[in-house]
Design a protein around this ligand. Structure first.
Ligand code: GTR
Length: 400
């Protein structure tokens, strides 16, 4: 590990484009001329990001999952939506899955959005049918779930819009996998997996790995078409959805909502949140090896466009918010632009623009991008784009 001199620490976030250091991005297609060449190059990049950024996933032997129903199926949202709740056993922990499905799913399996929630399944909709979590809660003062918190995150989950679009929503609380605080990897699935070495999965990669284990389960759930899973995440969970999509090629479509530093944003721009800052605030998110790049972004043998390129040729949507400069919207757009050559090499449309679109003017290619007005959040506008984008791309995959 690298020790930084005190004067190297950057406490004040920079938001001034003119202060961005000159930088050169590693060429994502270095040595690649054909789509066939990309196959090996992709493995190389994936290994590099595994070892140097997120940490390598736990071994397959740790992944055996069993699941069971947690409650009887029921209807919610004025009888419009079928709610199934499952308990998935993973590495000695129980993950609580809530599946919000169009009623038609009992006749024909539906494509789904799969995404973690920040505060428990009971916060995504105000309905007593959703089981109250027993897990350690990040966001309440006594770290327990409460009745009064039902539906408090509902504005971030446009369940009605999702179901009207013919999709299901599968969600779970990320703290069921690994509670989100720096405890030296003692709790959550790490109780069983043990403390990760410097090149092994820290929290983000562990959350991503668990999403894949949920996909294993969804493959056995009749109402879900697991060939059409769109993984979604906001902010730290957007970093997670990107890494899940990079790691698991069964995931058909990937959405990053305001993922910022360590997610879609280019690290070398050093605008808003930086690599040093994120590692300082959240030492458990990235693997030990990533720490050395704090204030040494030029030494990174990759940048975040490579993370996005690992999703290619599968559809990828990156969303930013205008008032979320901490996450560097422009850096998120530029990452898409620099991932685009891989998408094109693989015969897709890529990102259909090379200039940053105006606020609230989404572009939808094989890569989709928008910068919404407003703050760091998930809104109906964001979901409108995701439903439209997923409808267009997943229908091309044909029936299961
Ligand atoms: C912030 C963090 C961001 C982002 C965000 C979130 O505190 O600096 O990287 O992940 O949290 O997850 O809401």
């Amino acid at each position: 590990s690298v020790t930084l001199n005190a004067e190297e620490f950057v406490f004040e976030a920079n938001y001034d484009e003119s202060k961005i250091p000159a930088y050169e991005l590693p060429d994502v297609l270095a040595g690649v001329t054909t789509a066939d060449d990309w196959v090996a190059k992709r493995v190389e990049w994936y290994d590099l990001l595994s070892r140097e950024m997120f940490g390598m996933a736990p071994p397959e032997s740790q992944g055996a999952t069993q699941f069971r129903s947690a409650a009887d199926n029921t209807l919610v949202l004025d009888g419009k939506v079928l709610l199934r709740q499952l308990i998935v056993e993973l590495a000695g922990k129980e993950l609580n899955l809530a599946l919000f499905l169009p009623k038609s799913a009992t006749e024909k399996a539906v494509p789904v959005f799969l995404g973690y929630n920040f505060n428990g399944n009971h916060t995504v909709i105000d309905d007593p049918a959703v089981l109250l979590p027993q897990s350690w809660m990040r966001s309440t003062s006594d770290h327990q779930a409460h009745e009064k918190d039902r539906g408090t995150s509902a504005s971030r989950w446009s369940i009605e819009q999702i179901v009207d679009g013919g999709f299901g929503l599968v969600t779970l609380y990320y703290g069921d996998v690994d509670p989100d605080f720096d405890d030296g990897f003692k709790n959550g699935v790490h109780e069983q997996l043990g403390i990760p070495a410097a090149d092994q999965a820290a929290s983000i990669a562990t959350w991503a790995w668990a999403l894949s284990r949920v996909v294993d389960v969804l493959e056995k759930v009749e109402e879900v078409d697991a060939t059409k899973v769109a993984v979604f995440g906001h902010s730290r969970l957007g970093k997670t959805s990107l890494w899940a999509g990079a790691s698991d090629e069964r995931i058909a479509l990937v959405i990053s909502n305001d993922s910022g530093c360590g997610g879609a944003a280019l690290s070398r721009r050093r605008i808003g949140e930086t690599v040093w800052r994120i590692n300082d605030s959240f030492p458990h998110w990235f693997c030990g090896n990533f720490k050395k790049y704090g204030n040494h972004e030029a030494d990174m043998p990759f940048d975040n466009h490579v993370l996005l390129a690992l999703v290619a040729p599968r559809p990828l949507y990156v969303a930013s918010a205008e008032a979320d400069q901490w996450a560097d919207p422009k850096g998120e757009f530029l990452s898409c632009l620099h991932a685009d050559p891989v998408y094109r090499l693989l015969g897709t449309e890529g990102l259909p623009t090379d200039t940053m679109p105006a606020v609230n003017e989404p572009v939808h290619g094989q890569i989709g991008y928008h910068m919404r007005s407003g703050k760091h959040d998930v809104t109906d506008f964001d979901w409108q784009q995701y439903v439209e984008f997923a409808t267009r791309h997943l229908s091309k995959l044909g029936p299961r």
